[in-house]
Design a protein around this ligand. Structure first.
Ligand code: PMP
Length: 445
């Protein structure tokens, strides 16, 4: 009976549901691998009665874990009293005001005012428009260019796609927004050279993820962001951080940038602000930029989404932040992140096809290599096969194969405990072993 229902849903899925970031051919061949019906803690349950550890917090966002009654109650209460009202012009609402004030308290540096959106892509487009608007107000309208890093991911709205360094995302469509350019991912010197070659007076901002996520999980080299901040200051360029993944405890500090003791001029956020329970994102701006906007603006700030400052989403975010703080989830992320990294290192020792492993808080990656010494890769990446083997065994994770990478990435909920980390690592090791048996490697352990 249940099998019939599963099949019926799978058929409807294939026929009517155009999935985001999905191989259409694979969807048509295989249908959905899981049809989830429930989540509790670090686990997801599907219609077939299977369960799996949500090793990526779904899309790096379910920071407080699944199935939180308190959040459901908060959403219910808010919807019942005020489900929606506008924040345009002179209108406001309590949760949006309280959340903006709370964010000013916890954000790095002197970020003090928030423009709300519904997600990360909108936040990025908003940041680019605000940065350019700022320069218009400052009497430097020729400052339009946004520089980003070569392995960056900033989302899929037109501006966010244009800022994304990973080429396949830009090649998906053939006409992008103008005035975006890219620099080598790991070199502050490359930024300086790019600014010089583009003409510093035409550059509005540089944007970077504190820890790069969707493009293969790259942690910045020592001193990188201090140097970046210096270069931006030298040329009077705004520094924007994209904390869409790294915000709200993911890396073991409130924000990713807290590791580097560097304050941005603007910060994009989304995902973990509500742990995925509601659609919310935003851009924070520094007190200095805010003052300039207040002083120089005439007329209306002509940028606003219907759902900017959505009362239910903001109420959920406030409750989510309360839970993160009350349950010490940022400290848990730091501690369990160390456990995760230790586990990766054990797997690296035991498996012949594991190269570099890394983690910062609960954001981690395992690289697949043919030769551990030379880092030579397999011609056909194996990470997708490992992800499939892991899913069969009850662990959901993701592969990254852009740019000749062959990497499996992880970001479990910040609530994960030692036992669950152990289980995750055991499944990962078994999944890699299953794949290892199918290939010849050129390196011994
Ligand atoms: N920026 C970063 C760093 C991201 O990782 C993502 C999503 N993975 C986005 C922006 C886009 O966010 P959204 O999917 O909510 O639009």
């Amino acid at each position: 009976m249940m099998k019939d229902y599963y099949q019926k849903l799978a058929d409807l899925d294939k026929k009517h549901f155009l999935h985001p970031t999905t191989s259409i051919k694979q969807q048509q061949e295989n249908g959905p691998e899981f049809i989830f019906t429930e989540g509790k803690g670090v686990r997801l349950y599907d219609l077939d009665g299977r369960s799996a550890i949500d090793g990526l917090s779904s899309l790096w966002n379910v920071n407080i874990g699944h199935g939180r009654d308190e959040i459901a109650q908060t959403a219910y209460d808010q919807m019942k009293t005020l489900g929606y009202s506008s924040c345009f012009a002179t209108f406001s609402n309590e949760p949006a005001i309280q959340l903006a004030a709370k964010l000013a308290e916890i954000a790095p540096g002197n970020l003090s005012a928030t423009f709300f959106t519904s997600g990360g892509s909108e936040s990025n487009d908003t940041a680019y428009k605000l940065a350019r608007h700022y320069w218009i107000l400052k009497g430097q309208p020729e400052r339009k260019k946004i520089i980003s890093r070569s392995k960056s991911y900033h989302g899929v709205a037109m501006g966010a796609t244009s800022a994304t360094g990973l080429k396949p995302f830009r090649d998906f469509t053939n006409s992008l927004a103008p005035d975006f350019c890219y620099v080598d991912h790991f070199s502050p010197e490359a930024l300086r050279e790019k600014i010089e070659s583009e003409n510093p007076e035409t550059v509005a901002a540089f944007i970077a993820e504190p820890v790069q996520g969707a493009g293969g999980l790259h942690i910045a080299p020592e001193g990188f962001f201090k140097e970046i901040r210096k270069i931006c200051d030298e040329y009077g360029i705004l520094f924007i951080t994209d904390e869409v993944i790294t915000g709200f405890g993911r890396t073991g500090t409130y924000f990713g940038m807290d590791h580097y003791d560097v304050a941005p001029d603007m910060m994009c956020f989304a995902k973990g602000v509500t742990s995925g329970y509601a659609q919310l994102g935003g851009v924070m701006i520094s007190e200095d930029i805010h003052k300039d906007l207040i002083e120089l603006s005439e007329g209306t700030l002509l940028h606003g989404y219907t759902y900017s400052g959505h009362p239910m989403a903001c109420a959920v975010a406030l409750k989510n932040l309360e839970i993160i703080e009350r349950e010490n989830l940022i400290e848990n992320s730091r501690l369990m992140g160390l456990e995760l990294l230790n586990g990766f290192k054990q797997v690296q020792k035991q498996r012949s096809i594991v190269g570099d492993v890394r983690a910062l808080g609960l954001m981690g990656a395992v690289e697949v290599v043919k030769n551990k010494k030379t880092n030579e890769r397999f011609e056909d990446p194996l990470a997708p096969k490992i992800v499939t083997e892991a899913a069969k065994r009850g662990l959901i994770c993701r592969s990254v194969v852009f740019d000749q990478q062959d990497t499996v990435v992880f970001a479990p909920p910040l609530t994960i405990n030692q036992g669950e980390i152990k289980e995750l690592i055991e499944i990962l090791n078994d999944a890699i072993l299953a794949v290892e048996k199918t290939v010849a490697t050129t390196s011994a352990l």
